[in-house]
Design a binder for this molecule. Structure first.
Ligand code: DGT
Ligand code: CA
Ligand code: CA
Length: 572
């Protein structure tokens, strides 16, 4: 499906138009991009079936954008984009990743100081040139530098959700080779880490050479680092590497165990094996050089006298000790989730109506869904004020009547935690909502004590249900706030405030913090933070994080049956 790829390209075009200060057009491109990304149907199919007319039917896509889409589908490129890319030697792609820099400001920096890329930006800051400019200050220089070094230190790790489909395609193509007896992805991908460095694929086969030859001719490979009889490593077009190893069927389990990692888990497990008189490596579990187990992973853990440990837990965070005592947690699963409490509707300016959200939730088999639009202090997201929230309530009432038999719709909001810890919506209205999410959306840079105090104050409001994206981090983009998390977790526990596991690219809380919060008795929502429909499908990434944080079904409030959750929400 080319929808996402095309959406990115339209978005980029919009950004170029924006820096060239062309009125209206940038918005048109950007809303067409969002609309395309939101589409369930494959754009190539639409074009095949209905031609240009079909493309023009997509909301927000007019004639001229439709022609560009057609050109891309036919030729794989858009001449106009190539031209603006050439005329504009500004590295927008990387510069826009910097916190607080949009196309307009980047263009301004280019005009004033000739800055074209991140390196030149850093150079200009080191000469204190930015702070002289209108709209910039010493503080913004410092923030930009911090953002650059964060980007660089997070290195080249890829969001699991960004590579998942590609990897599944690779697996499907390799599966077709008839000499492939078994194939699995190992490494951090299998442990479902939020980001992956490279991809490790394992194959069981007695004909490795043939498989190797086919592997290195897969589409989208841009470089072959190495290719041996049983080992190969390649670079994919998106920038990450794929390692392939081919092993015998008899040691497939032990190879899976070894290459799934984590390294820390392996080291601890190997130590345990030695203490029991075994030797453990990627070829098997041995006693006095006699093969004892290795065909399956299960057989290895069993021989070592412990429960099977699922990949998400293999981080040496205490799982080996618990498995030996037969006390591993029974982790929450995607199918346990019965609803979502973080969705944004067109009532506050997204392109998806409340009814779209409801229908998608029904399709997903949910028993309930919560609408949680932003509130007034967040102007760029068209945040709602008290009056609008009250009229939204009426709309939701109507929807509840219409879909009465199928699903329950809860009316909530994502209320802003202001700088002083107060909320931007009046208590009288908060009281009327079914649930209240609160989150920090401004003034990110506060010292630890002040930020902690600010959030605690907000959490003490009696109507608050859940603190959303508690640490403010965005994977590869923004670091966490400086926070005393232990204080916040303890307060959440005593005041019955839930903590969010946000499934978007925030992945906040992350697994370590989920584990700590759980140990302190906290409960959670796993939410998607949906702005376009297909984002409702990313619940699995939050569930991954929760599982990696040892969360069980009983820890996650949105696994409750409808009756129970109604009671739970009423208590507030
Ligand atoms: P990544 O790629 O950085 O996201 O993380 P992983 O965990 O996929 O790491 P990677 O690709 O370097 O190696 C895959 C697995 O192979 C790793 O999880 C455990 C195993 N492994 C790699 N190097 C060592 C090692 O030096 N000792 C042990 N025991 N295992 C290793
Ligand atoms: Ca890896
Ligand atoms: Ca690797």
């Amino acid at each position: 499906m080319k929808n996402e790829e095309l959406a990115k390209i339209l978005f980029e075009l919009g950004e170029y138009l924006e820096i060239e200060n062309i009125p209206f057009k940038p918005r048109a491109y950007q809303s067409a991009a969002i609309s395309l990304d939101n589409l369930d149907k494959d754009i190539e199919e639409i074009y095949k079936e209905e031609g240009l007319k079909g493309v023009e039917k997509i909301p927000g896509v007019g004639k001229s954008i439709a022609l560009k889409i057609e050109e891309y589908l036919k030729t794989g490129t858009i001449e106009y984009l190539e031209k603006v890319r050439k005329n504009n030697p500004i590295d927008l792609k990387n510069l826009t990743k910097i916190e607080g820099l949009g196309p307009k400001r980047i263009y301004f920096l280019n005009k004033e100081l000739g800055i074209r890329n991140v390196a030149e930006l850093r150079e200009a800051i080191s000469k204190n040139k930015l702070k002289e400019l209108k709209g910039f200050s010493e503080k913004s220089e410092k923030n930009i530098l911090e953002s650059i070094s964060f980007m660089e230190s997070s290195g080249l790790r890829y969001l699991l959700s960004d590579v998942k489909n590609d990897i599944e395609e690779i697996i499907q193509s390799l599966k077709k080779i008839k000499e492939v007896k078994k194939i699995e992805v190992a490494g951090s991908f299998r442990r479902k880490r939020e980001t992956v460095g490279d991809i490790d694929i394992l194959i069981a086969s007695s004909f490795p050479i043939k498989i190797m030859n086919e592997f290195v001719t897969l589409p989208n490979i841009v470089k072959i680092w190495s290719k041996g009889e049983t080992k190969a490593s390649v670079r994919m077009a998106k920038g990450y590497d794929v390692d392939l190893r081919i092993v015998d069927l008899d040691s497939f389990g032990s190879a899976m165990q070894y290459f799934t990692g984590s390294k820390e888990h392996n080291v601890a497990l190997r130590k345990l094996a030695i203490s029991k008189g075994y030797k453990l490596n990627e070829y098997g579990l041995f006693k006095n050089n006699i093969f004892k187990a290795g065909k399956t992973e299960e057989s290895i853990y069993k021989k070592l006298g412990m429960q099977y440990i699922c990949p998400e837990l293999r981080e040496n965070r205490g799982e080996i000790e618990l498995a030996l005592k037969n006390k591993l947690p029974k982790l929450v699963e995607l199918k346990d989730i019965k609803g979502d409490f973080h969705t944004h509707s067109s009532f506050a300016g997204t392109i998806i109506s409340m009814e779209d959200i409801v229908l998608r939730a029904i399709l997903k088999g949910y028993k309930y869904v919560g609408i949680s639009d932003h509130t007034k202090d967040l102007k760029i997201e068209n945040g709602l004020d008290e009056k609008q929230l009250i009229s939204q309530r009426e709309e939701i009432k109507k929807l509840n009547e219409k879909y009465n038999k199928k699903i329950r719709i809860f009316h909530g909001a994502e209320v802003n935690i202001l700088k002083d810890g107060s909320l931007d919506i009046d208590d009288k209205v908060l009281k009327e909502l079914d649930f209240v999410n609160i989150g920090v959306h401004s003034n990110f840079k506060m010292d630890k004590e002040a930020m902690t105090k600010r959030i605690l104050k907000a959490m003490s409001n009696p109507y608050v249900t859940c603190l959303v994206h508690p640490t403010g981090k965005i994977v590869n983009k923004r670091d966490s706030f400086d926070l005393d998390l232990e204080k916040i977790f303890k307060f959440a526990k005593t005041n019955n405030v839930l903590l969010e596991v946000n499934s978007s690219e925030r992945l906040d809380l992350n697994s370590l913090n989920i584990k700590k919060a759980k140990e302190l008795g906290c409960k959670f929502f796993i939410n998607t933070d949906t702005h376009i429909l297909k984002q409702m499908d990313r619940m699995e990434y939050g569930v991954n994080e929760a599982r990696r944080g040892w969360a069980e079904k009983k820890d996650i409030i949105n696994t409750m049956p409808l009756k129970e959750i109604e009671k739970f929400l009423k208590k507030k």
